[in-house]
Design a binder for this molecule. Structure first.
Ligand SMILES: *Cc1c(COP(=O)(O)O)cnc(C)c1O
Length: 358
């Protein structure tokens, strides 16, 4: 068996030690005689997995007591709807900083529930930067941002100060990739399939005072209050996905936590950006100040060369490098689980490709 370096934007690579551990425990989880896939979500053996996943996540992200951690389903996309359903209370109004395809989708869902005010947008330059000039509405119920724009390859260089207005952040593609101060946020959400585990579980970290603002018309399944009260066991949770995410959390913990993985992430991104910057063949479409550490789009000088690059890279075991259709070219997603060696191999291949295509 030979594994490839998979640069997919999501679902993406999982750490090999995590996959091996899950394989070892597949048929008989710790003497239970069953797979985690087969267990009752009310059993003691599963409860221990569920609680340990939450505890390790809390430790890694330094989540204060006054925040709840929820494991939900429906992906980050379901949060685009659940957030306005639960957080639009007083004025039914939200401020957005519009930075790409994922805020576009979130804006469309929020509009179904209330009034959307786009306070800043980088659409004028194809979302190649993060706007830094904006003023929030005094009467906004919350502000929505996407900290790392997976498709466009941009990252907020600092977290906006929203004062007393709760800040909601889509961190699907950069959660746990660098240290953040959770207390700056009212709500953080992330689909697992980029940096946390398999698709099918969504992590929501919500400040307790934001729970319970929903209207009585909202069905129980869509209320944060329901999932908080039932500790994410209101209905059958995605048990296996939570288990694998828990293994990923333990893997990060053993490596030295988020601080350690951030240092490795910076090293990986630097390897790639430094080469792109000195290359005559490849270029980056993103403004340098806002470059993502996780998703790195780049372009060769022609579309034919882009295609040739992607095809030849695959032969070298470098997979899923095609850029998103809205950006074109290539995109290397180098999440936590991508080893430094994978990025080195990519850069070496890019160098060779440039020499061969002078
Ligand atoms: C992938 C992604 C989403 C969508 O996630 P789903 O789990 O497919 O709903 C939303 N936001 C960001 C930033 C993403 O990267």
């Amino acid at each position: 068996m030979s594994r490839v370096y998979n640069f997919s934007a999501g679902p993406s690579m999982l750490p090999e030690p995590v996959l091996k551990k899950a394989a070892e425990e597949m048929l008989d989880y710790k003497g239970s005689g069953m797979s985690v896939m087969e267990m009752s979500h009310r059993s003691n053996v599963y409860m221990e997995i569920h609680e340990r996943a939450e505890a390790t996540l809390r430790k890694l992200m330094n989540i204060p007591e006054n925040y709840s951690v929820l494991f939900l389903q429906g992906g980050a996309s379901q949060q685009f709807a659940m957030i306005p359903m639960n957080l639009m209370d007083k004025n039914r109004k939200v401020d957005f900083i519009h930075t790409g395809a994922w805020t576009k989708k979130a804006i469309a869902e929020a509009k179904v529930i209330g009034t959307v005010n786009v306070v800043a947008s980088s659409e004028d330059k194809n979302f190649s930067y993060i706007p830094e000039d904006y003023q929030f509405s005094q009467d906004a119920d919350y502000v929505h941002i996407c900290t790392n724009n997976t498709i466009e390859g941009t990252l907020f260089p600092q977290i906006p100060d929203t004062g007393s207005i709760p800040l909601v952040a889509d961190m699907s593609s950069n959660i746990m990739s660098e240290e953040i101060d959770v207390t700056k946020f009212g709500l953080i959400f992330a689909g697992a399939q980029k940096n946390l585990g398999p698709a099918g579980v969504t992590v929501v970290i919500i400040r307790n005072d934001l729970i319970g603002k929903h209207s009585e018309q909202l069905p129980a399944i869509f209320r944060y209050a329901t999932h908080d009260k039932e500790k994410s066991l209101y209905n059958t949770p995605p048990c296996y996905n939570i288990y694998v995410a828990g293994l990923v959390f333990e893997w990060i913990d053993q490596l030295g936590g988020v601080k350690a993985i951030e240092a490795t992430n910076r090293e990986k991104a630097k390897l790639l950006y430094d080469f792109i910057d000195e290359s005559k063949l490849f270029s980056s479409p993103v403004d340098k100040r806002y470059r993502s550490l996780m998703n790195i789009p780049f372009l060769a000088t022609s579309d034919d060369l882009n295609k040739k690059f992607i095809a030849e890279a695959e032969k070298e075991g470098l997979f899923t490098l095609a850029g998103h259709r809205s950006v074109g070219g290539m995109r290397a997603s180098i999440y936590n689980a991508m080893p430094v060696e994978g990025v080195k191999k990519l850069v070496d291949f890019m160098k060779k490709f440039e020499m061969d295509n002078k």
